[in-house]
Design a protein around this ligand. Structure first.
Ligand SMILES: *Cc1c(COP(=O)(O)O)cnc(C)c1O
Ligand SMILES: [Zn+2]
Length: 471
């Protein structure tokens, strides 16, 4: 495979500026829009039919290219052909499964054989983030970056920290967490996998702004989902859903929305499959957000923001953000993975909603917890954000938008053990976070790696990274 067939391009239809793969830019320097990874498909040996990819199951192995067939992302490498095979960084991510779940279907009033759960909690780090991380690490290795960083509500950092040691030579992972909500299961992963963890005063959105600034100044590669290569990897979740269904396209894909990378990646996956003639129709998309972090719902459903061929009404976004600032709005939901008020992939998400004839619903924390327990009882243990999908599906059935005999796939984005506190509180009423913490102690383990508390200040952050702020 030859990476000259891939490039980056600004998604603004009035700009379309192109960039090479080696150029590290996340927003177009001319117009500020996000970038896509695009391919010259006529130079790629794309298989004629999707069932080609199934046969890779029989060629998987531990060495060289056979190793790629083990990965639920790189098994589909002709559909994200930006990397030479020998640059690919993989830990066997994406070996997840799709379960037809009739018990849960019955519970919410769907007919048997219609409800499917795509369980991304089975990834090595326990969430769908591994799908994107493998692709972004591959690019980081291709361009020779040594340090990578992310701001995270938890799963991005867990995944990034896990992959950091799988590159050769290993990279240094730097995680920015806010002082807001973080599930301990996820924080424990970042610490255990050895990431340098900075705990910044401020919420997720503040952390993301800060990490972008620091990454830019110090030449650190950014691993948040503003990174378009992550979305390339996440397309593979849809390939696996189709594969598990014998390449039959479902009627609906239901996914939680946080920074909106996943839904954006799904829209891109289906656009490309259709353009390549590999599928005939595109499923509909339902993005489910939490009531306490409902920016996309506000904009898409209440303010009628539409992609409009890329010429969407930015003033609707600016006005909402200005009013959030004026009221000192902070997002608030038990589903910490989607507690985000300024989703970076907002433009790409409304493009995906356009392509997939989609809609957006919001669900309350109470609903999220009820449906999480139902999914746990009849399906897989998932974390709160993932459960928003089934809660949203039930809402859409009540609204008679989804009918009981349609084929629906809910994406369970993360493993239940990521956030045991939420589950314990639901079942026992005990709030582990409110139990008085023991007095601070200095950890003494040989590999102890406690987070560093840092002020939300550029100079202080550089100092914590052992650097001085460049001019
Ligand atoms: C990151 C994450 C989400 C949100 O995905 P986006 O791509 O940011 O919209 C949802 N659920 C879980 C478990 C996550 O880790
Ligand atoms: Zn541009």
């Amino acid at each position: 495979m030859n990476h000259e067939q891939a490039y980056q391009v600004c998604i603004n239809p009035d700009c379309r500026k192109q960039f090479g793969l080696e150029q590290i830019v996340f927003n177009c320097p001319d117009c500020g829009a996000l970038l896509d990874v695009e391919y010259c498909w006529d130079r790629v040996a794309v298989p004629k039919a999707l069932d080609f990819f199934e046969h890779r199951w029989s060629t998987k192995g531990l060495r060289a290219e056979a190793r790629l067939d083990f990965s639920g992302i790189w098994r589909f490498r002709e559909l994200l052909p930006f990397a030479p095979n020998d640059s690919i960084v993989t830990i066997g991510e994406g070996r997840t499964l799709l379960e037809e779940n009739d018990l849960l279907a019955r519970e919410i009033g769907m007919k048997p054989g219609r409800l499917f759960l795509q369980y991304e909690g089975l990834n090595p780090s326990g969430s769908f983030k591994d799908n994107g991380m493998t692709a972004a690490f591959t690019l980081a290795r291709m361009v020779g970056r040594k340090r990578i960083a992310c701001a995270s509500t938890g799963n991005t950092s867990a995944s990034m920290a896990m992959f950091a040691h799988k590159t050769d030579p290993p990279m240094q992972g730097i995680v920015f967490i806010g002082s807001g909500k973080i599930a301990y299961g996820k924080l424990s992963q970042a610490l255990d996998y050895g990431a340098l963890t900075l705990q910044i005063e401020g919420d997720f959105d503040a952390c993301l702004r800060r990490v972008r600034q620091v990454a830019d100044k110090l030449g650190i590669y950014l691993m948040n989902s503003v990174n378009p290569f992550r979305l390339e990897g996440q397309k593979a979740i849809m390939y696996r859903v189709l594969e598990a269904r014998g390449w039959e396209v479902p009627d609906w894909i239901v996914v939680p929305g946080g920074n909106l990378g996943n839904c954006s990646a799904f829209g891109k996956a289906f656009t490309e499959l259709k353009e390549l003639g590999l599928i005939k129709r595109i499923p509909r998309l339902a993005v489910i957000v939490a009531t306490g972090a409902n920016t996309l719902y506000e904009l898409f459903e209440n303010k009628n923001l539409r992609w409009n061929g890329g010429r969407y009404d930015q003033s609707k976004v600016d006005n909402l953000y200005a009013s959030m600032d004026a009221s000192h709005y902070l997002p608030h939901t038990i589903a910490s993975a989607i507690e985000i008020s300024r989703p970076v992939n907002l433009p790409k998400s409304i493009r995906a909603l356009d392509i997939m004839n989609g809609l957006v619903r919001e669900v309350s924390d109470e609903e999220i917890l009820e449906y999480k327990a139902l999914i746990g009882r009849y399906g897989f243990g998932c974390e709160p954000a993932s459960a928003a999908t089934v809660a949203g599906l039930h809402r859409l059935m009540e609204e008679q938008i989804i009918s009981p005999d349609e084929q629906v796939v809910c994406i369970l984005t993360g493993h239940e053990l990521k956030d045991p506190d939420a589950t314990v509180k639901y079942h026992t009423g005990i709030d582990m976070k409110k139990i008085t913490p023991p007095p601070a102690v200095t950890p003494t383990g040989r590999c102890s790696n406690p987070p560093k508390k840092v002020a939300d200040d550029l100079e202080a952050i550089c100092a914590a990274l052992g650097e001085t702020l460049p001019e």
